[in-house]
Design a protein around this ligand. Structure first.
Ligand code: FAD
Length: 537
């Protein structure tokens, strides 16, 4: 069973190892265990639904609660402290395009606002109900998860949009193919959600971001159907797929998507490399990507993230051996060591050549190759790390992440500014913040930075939320001022709305609003997300 107020399956726990606990205690101070109100106490308080009966709609209170929030830190705070004031009035579960059209007709008749819902893994408030006078209906795509076609000659697979990562990969792998889209939320997030948020998977360097993989499909809007044939390329004016990508449920419901698939690779390897500092590591990574080496992942942690990741292994003996090895291979104890995971996904012969060239570049920048063991461990635990959030909350620590992308020239100053904003963000409240980052997705022209930050929960819900708001605002201001995008992969939702105008401009946002008016003249699709409308949190 999926946790209703945390991450993932209730059967999976990821306890914090004692070495990491000591580390956190030293860095942030001793915590007070975080609150966790029981599900029943919220279900009992749910207001009655404002919706009339409909065969495709459930009004079940627990189901409404389970679809009320996503995975952002404010969502966690609301759920764990039991401070929720808004719920969808019902949850619809269409099984076909015709069902989706019936739901849209029902919404128009009853003045209902709709929130398309994939896996509910949004971390920026995408799926939260607005404070509306209208009834609000969440449209869960969970029943629409079939692969309807696999065109092997063209390497295009067509799926219903509610398919989750594991179901999509299982259907493709049974035929020898893969999509290769592996966001860390892979277990629960859906194809429709990936498209609607412009998601990026961990191996996007090889397979591409979702915008490279999304070849066409169908979106059903209140004004009718939009069909996007999977042309290999087209010069017939602006590409409608670009309007659908990142549309965050504002234009309509994506019901099917044609995606570009690859043969399951012959070989997939993840290597660990340590650099004496971030500057050297970043220079190596930049050179690798600009040399067009066909790697599948380059993930470079700063020295603090490297320390925390090693503490989190809970394997002190392994860390001692590793430090010994690095010393023998020329890294000094005083070096601010940075760990790189390098992925290679290729045919066997090509992989060897790529590996040799990449390691040569790494060596030129002082990198020490430590083999594949750490890379294998990372790969095994790649979807497990988010489970740590549950244990950390129980201990009394809040964890949040933010991400951005900028050119290589802006990257060092922007990263420093964001980390500084976070580390100093709660000084006025006498609280410390642990903030670290990694370069997560790389491009010839720049890279994305993924920042994780931790702070202590307060006993009081308002104070906890105030801490988060302060940190979120100062980090976002810092990254936008230094040339970063407000989001590289998580999207806009509610939490990034205040920074949209500085990124798109007034006229740009008016253009997006005008587009939404054409597809959704009544303004019933996920109002308030992506760009401002009648209400904003
Ligand atoms: C632990 C964790 C790790 C994450 N790691 C990554 C990562 O590595 N990379 C990354 O890109 N993101 C990541 N995310 C963010 C999140 O998983 C992505 O934004 C994901 O694409 C959301 O997919 P979903 O199916 O859960 O969509 P939801 O959260 O259900 O919805 C997100 C938005 O998409 C819209 N939507 C969903 N389905 C449809 C549809 N069929 N038609 C129209 N609109 C639709 C919704 O209305 C909403 O606006 C992570 C989140 C968590 C909690």
């Amino acid at each position: 069973m999926k946790r209703w107020n945390g991450w993932g399956s209730a059967e999976i726990d990821y306890p914090v190892p004692p070495s990491a606990l000591t580390y956190l205690n030293d860095a942030l101070g001793p915590p007070e265990p975080g609150p966790s109100v029981p599900l029943e106490s919220i279900v009992r308080r749910l207001p009655p639904s404002r919706l009339p009966d409909h065969p495709l709609v459930s009004l079940d209170p627990e189901l409404r609660l389970r679809h009320a929030r996503g995975q952002s830190l404010p969502d966690w705070i609301a759920l764990r402290f039991g401070r929720l004031d808004r719920f969808p009035d019902g949850v619809a579960r269409p099984g076909s395009d015709q069902d989706v059209e019936k739901i849209l007709a029902f919404a128009k008749e009853t003045g209902t606002w709709l929130i398309p819902y994939g896996g509910g893994t949004s971390v920026v408030g995408h799926i939260n109900p607005p404070p509306a006078d209208h009834p609000v209906l969440t449209v869960s795509m969970e029943r629409m998860r079939r692969m309807s076609d696999l065109d092997e000659a063209s390497r295009i697979a067509t799926f219903e949009a509610g398919v989750t990562g594991p179901h999509l990969e299982a259907q493709l792998r049974a035929r020898g193919y893969t999509l290769g889209h592996f966001p860390q939320s892979f277990e629960y997030s859906t194809l429709g959600g990936w498209i609607a948020t412009r998601s990026s998977g961990q191996q996007s360097l090889y397979y591409g971001r979702i915008e490279d993989l999304f070849a066409g499909g169908r979106m059903i809007t209140p004004a009718g159907r939009i069909e996007m044939p999977p042309f290999p390329a087209s010069a017939a004016g602006p590409d409608l797929r670009q309007a659908v990508l990142g549309s965050e449920g504002r234009l309509g419901i994506i019901t099917r998507a044609c995606v570009r698939v690859s043969l399951v690779p012959q070989l997939e390897r993840f290597h660990g490399i340590f650099f004496p500092g971030l500057e050297q590591g970043a220079a190596a990574v930049r050179e690798m990507v600009q040399s067009r080496l066909q790697l599948s992942m380059l993930r470079l942690s700063d020295s603090l993230e490297t320390d925390v990741s090693l503490a989190l292994t809970g394997n002190e003996r392994m860390v001692r051996l590793l430090n010994g090895l690095l010393r023998v291979r020329g890294l000094k104890d005083r070096d601010e060591k940075c760990m790189l995971f390098m992925g290679i996904t290729r045919a066997r012969g090509l992989a060897r050549k790529t590996r040799r060239m990449a390691l040569e570049i790494a060596r030129e920048h002082g990198g020490v190759h430590v083999g594949r063991k750490m890379g294998n461990e990372w790969r095994k635990g790649r979807f497990k790390t988010p489970y740590l959030r549950n244990a950390l909350w129980d201990l009394g620590y809040a964890v949040d992440t933010l991400e951005t992308a900028m050119t290589w020239s802006d990257l060092p100053t922007a990263t420093e500014a964001v980390l500084k904003a976070l580390r100093q963000g709660l000084e006025d409240r006498g609280e410390r913040v642990l903030a670290f980052s990694h370069i997560s997705h790389v491009y010839a022209t720049g890279a994305s930075i993924y920042v994780t930050y931790l702070f202590r929960l307060a006993a009081d819900v308002e104070e906890t939320l105030a801490r988060w708001k302060k940190l979120k605002a100062s980090a976002s201001e810092a990254l936008v001022a230094r040339g970063g995008t407000i989001s590289h992969q998580h999207g806009v939702g509610l939490d990034h709305l205040p920074w949209m105008e500085s990124e798109k401009g007034k006229l740009g946002l008016q253009g997006l609003g005008a587009l939404a008016k054409v597809f959704d003249p009544g303004g019933i699709m996920n109002p308030g997300k992506l760009f401002r409308s009648e209400w904003t949190r």
